[in-house]
Design a protein around this ligand. Sequence first.
Ligand SMILES: [Zn+2]
Length: 409
Amino acid sequence: MKAYERLLRYAAYDTQSDHHSTSYPSTAKQWVLLETLKDELLGLGLKAEMDQYGYVIGTLPGNAGAAVPTVALIAHVDTSPDASGAHVKPRIVKRYDGRPIVLDAVKNIVLDPAVFPWLRDNVGHDLIVTDGSTLLGADDKAGVAEIMTAVERLVADPSIKHGTVKIVFTPDEEVGQGTTHLSVKAVGADFGYTLDGSKVGEIAYENFNAAGVTAVFTGKSVHPGSAKKKMLNSIRLAAEFDALLPLSDRPELTEKYEGFNHPTELHGTCEKTTAEYIVRNHDVTRFERQKQDFRNAAAYLNQKYGDGTCALDIREQYQNMRTLLEHRMEIVEFALGAIRKNGLEPIVEPIRGGTDGARLTYMGLPCPNLGTGGYNYHGPYEYASINEMDQAVDVILTLLTDIAASTRS
Ligand SMILES: [Zn+2]
């Protein structure tokens, strides 16, 4: 079976996750696809189990000797809460001609290369698009489909030499909980790859260092009619605080390796105001400097208006996986080599966010992220290139055979 046929099949399952849920997985409907995937792995002759949290872990024993490292291939089954994932009606556009693709003529929803210029790289490809009313779910069912298809090929052809492969399908990545209950010990791999990127040939092994900041401002509330020389309005304190942060560290002014501070929430009264920020940078030194900017701004207000005017809470959220992968660069080199061997030029881009792979890296399972051939995630303009999905399967197979070959020699 081809990877895209699996994507079409998996897209029929509504697996949208939910930010507001307190259960795990966040939505019961994710169980249905996870159970189906477990059965599919069993049907291919693998050992496979699903645990109490919904994680499906399959094992394909190696056939290249015991010294070959065990590699995990990881993808998530849930789709983004940002757009409906129910009643997805995928449509195949054969040999894409480079012109705008009308998804919904009535609502004028058009997949247009003028808006999404990367479509031009897909001219001549067979594409899978939506009907304009839902997302497609290639994020990350394309990754699931490619892993499953690679495993099927390995099972069918024992002449392909590889180490033990661990297949890991997870829920709730889109709500930031994809690794919350995952046991790296249960996975039992030396390292892994998430198949959760975009264009095939992409490899990402750098992401932001991330912290959350809560700043609480305490003012003095007095009747405004008799406030002269008495009132201290905490809403104004929050504004003054924000103005003390460097202007250049704003998301709307940054890209690539430039970090930012971003206010995400502000609520308050004259008496008390709370501001929430997120702080992001790939570079640890600059990241530390940004956090120091917050402390300096708080110290300035406390000196100017009195102790306790601004209380700061800085929480670490996640870290750049590069810091750890720098000591394990062969994991990245294997992927770069496999991409090149399949006639592709590797695209190395820093992730301006975090990934499950970044969390796994810090949990002890080093885990760069690879492209799947899916694009425009989290909305109705999402599409996948069937050609790139086939290439992604080939990249996985080359990767596994290269890792086995390098260890044996
Ligand atoms: Zn994803």
